[in-house]
Design a protein around this ligand. Structure first.
Ligand SMILES: Nc1ncnc2c1ncn2[C@@H]1O[C@H](COP(=O)(O)OP(=O)(O)OP(=O)(O)O)[C@@H](O)[C@H]1O
Ligand SMILES: [Mg+2]
Length: 264
């Protein structure tokens, strides 16, 4: 499970993540939705220990990222701008990660197979297309067979077959009992992939609810999303929070967070 509690991150005058609290449970795909710049990637980076929160914390299976003994075996992530050495082959890249992460070497060819890169495993990763690079990033996330997985826009650059493949991969990882947090701008795709949703706007929690509940009134997920992010939503059972106006934000004033979760 992933727990995020009172997480806040400021970059100068910008409050990227604002007193954000939510939990991501095992056995389901949790979609992480929000407009551009709403703080999704920043939140995921803080969960992965790549950015330091100003306040609050994020825990993976009860511990901070820095407290994990074998991080790659406990949590895997595909983050935006995932980097690998362009001169290394896909196989060499994963082998180096495995060696450093206490992961058996045999796992490398296994995950190359899972992501469909076996045939190009010896090619320099720098020559990969965007979609192939995304698949390599997913292979790296899966390498340690972790219980907890975060994917930031994994569908980016994938062809229609790849999009469907991601959907099925996410669903099967959740069906195995893993904790899966997935961000995507493709809301229609999210409606097909996610069970649960965490929606944020301007770094604050707008909704923490199931896809079913959010669309219970017959609206499409896209309509519900726009209603939520434009601040006009009133959904039964949905956790809603006021989004502070731009003036308050620029002065760094934050309202107390409503951390109460939905009754489920
Ligand atoms: N390293 C940084 N330095 C300064 N500002 C940053 C930095 N990283 C993020 N921000 C700002 O924090 C806010 C949240 O950005 P973030 O990338 O987390 O949003 P996002 O929800 O992932 O957006 P997108 O949907 O476009 O990927 C934005 O205003 C962004 O400009
Ligand atoms: Mg992002």
């Amino acid at each position: 499970m992933i727990e995020v509690q009172g997480l806040t991150k400021r970059y100068g005058a910008t409050t990227a993540v604002d007193a954000l609290s939510f939990e991501v449970r095992p056995g389901a795909v949790t979609g992480f939705l929000g407009p551009n710049g709403s703080g999704k990637s920043t939140t995921m980076r803080m969960v992965m220990g790549l950015d330091r929160p100003d306040t609050g914390w994020a825990r993976i299976s009860g511990r901070l990222y820095g407290e994990l003994s074998w991080p790659l075996r406990e949590v895997g992530a595909l983050l935006e701008a995932h980097t690998f050495h362009p001169g290394r082959s896909a196989r060499a890249h994963l082998a180096a990660l495995a060696a450093g992460g206490g992961i058996p070497r045999a796992r490398v060819d296994e995950v190359l197979g899972v992501v469909g890169l076996s045939d190009v495993a010896g090619r320099r990763a720098g020559t990969f297309s965007l979609g192939m690079a995304q698949r390599l990033g997913i292979a790296a996330a899966l390498l340690g067979d972790p219980e907890v997985l975060l994917f930031d826009e994994p569908v980016n650059g994938l062809d229609p077959e790849g999009v469907r493949w991601i959907r099925e991969l996410m669903r099967s990882l959740a069906a195995e009992g893993r904790t899966v947090l997935l961000s995507s701008h493709l809301i229609g795709e999210m409606a097909l992939t996610a069970d649960h949703l965490v929606v944020i706007g301007q770094g604050r929690l707008l909704a923490d609810t199931s896809v079913r509940e959010l669309t219970a009134d017959g609206r499409s997920l896209e309509e519900a999303f726009f209603a939520l992010t434009s601040g006009s939503a009133e959904y039964r059972g949905v956790t809603t929070q006021p989004v502070p106006d731009a003036h308050e934000r620029s002065r760094g004033v934050t309202k107390p967070a409503d951390t109460e979760r939905n009754p489920r």
